[in-house]
Ligand binder design. Structure first.
Ligand code: NAI
Length: 281
């Protein structure tokens, strides 16, 4: 049986994942603002440090997996979104990496979102600022965009965290150390986060109008099944993937955008990576 850290374990997809893992006999160290083994506010540097330290202490320095599900939806305020959805993922995860490497075949699932590919005009500078861990610059970069800024910051935070996953996953420190790092990109899933959005007249109307080819909203228990699968031994060969489970919205909007063959101008970088290889830990 394994030991798993789950942020956002008190609600929604994090809660359902924790329940399923516990039912299978695993130990779950939940991290949340309330109703969790570790109470920590991931919007502050101190809270993120508490989450990092207390999980490592509770796990005894060995983690079989982690799920980074704590997150805030559009409407929460740009700074909070940047702090929780980006730094609240990458800082604890970076601190837990040695404990994940100490386990046999550890798996990590980061909760991204299909807003990464379906929300238009997300400023690249915001994503870059987040990847540089500069939340002040990220907030400034979006300040003039008015009431739409929050949706853009949400999408930017999920794009940044997805890029971070893809960049880190393939390196000697992660893949080479036996850790499988991947992300799940859900569409609209019926959780308290979505309920809050639906309750707001402006946001709710936008969410209801958003095209979902299969119809309806996703079920958090089903998403938890995907997460549990991505934590299982069956996912040994999954590395740096962003798995969309969104009722078809990404395929609807971005039909021919992906997979995309490598453009000629990218060939030098490709050949350089080809010659160098992924390396080992
Ligand atoms: P939820 O609102 O049901 O649960 C999120 C949990 O994160 C809550 O327990 C909350 O207390 C915790 N949290 C929020 N701020 C925190 C903080 N500062 N410190 C510690 N914990 C904090 O949300 P849901 O829907 O289960 O979302 C899980 C993840 O999936 C989030 O990252 C969200 O952005 C993402 N997602 C959700 C979608 C949806 O439609 N529900 C769609 C796409 C992505």
């Amino acid at each position: 049986m394994g030991t798993y850290a789950i942020t956002g374990s008190a609600s929604g997809m994090g809660y359902h994942t924790a329940q399923k893992l516990r039912a299978r006999g695993h130990t779950v160290i939940g991290v949340d603002l309330h109703d969790a083994e570790v109470i920590a506010d991931l919007s502050t540097p101190r809270g993120r440090q508490t989450a990092a330290d207390e999980v490592l202490a509770a796990a005894g320095g060995v983690l079989d997996g982690a799920v980074l599900a704590a997150g805030l939806g559009p409407g929460a305020g740009n700074r909070l979104i940047a702090e929780v959805n980006f730094l609240g993922v990458v800082e604890p995860l970076t601190a837990w990496r040695p404990a994940l490497a100490a386990a046999d075949r550890a798996k990590v699932v980061v909760l991204a979102s299909n807003s990464t590919t379906t929300v238009p005009a997300v400023p690249r500078r915001t994503v870059d600022a987040l990847l540089a861990h500069d939340t002040d610059r990220a907030v400034r970069s979006i300040r003039l965009l008015g009431s739409n800024g929050s949706a853009l910051m949400y999408s930017a935070s999920k794009t940044a965290v997805s890029r971070w996953v893809r960049r880190q996953a393939v390196t000697p420190a992660w893949a080479g150390a036996g850790i499988r790092l991947n992300a799940l990109a859900p569409g609209a899933i019926m959780t308290p986060l979505l309920e809050t959005q639906l309750a707001s007249p402006r946001e709710g109307a936008a969410v209801r109008r958003f095209p979902i080819p299969v119809g309806g909203f996703g079920d958090p228990g089903q998403l938890a099944d995907w997460i549990c699968f991505m934590l299982s031994d069956s996912a040994d060969f999954l590395c740096g993937s962003i798995i969309f489970v969104d009722g078809g919205t990404d395929a609807f909007f971005r039909t021919d955008d992906w997979p995309r063959t490598l453009p000629l101008r990218r060939l030098p970088g490709y050949l350089w990576r080809f010659a160098r290889g992924p390396g080992h830990a």
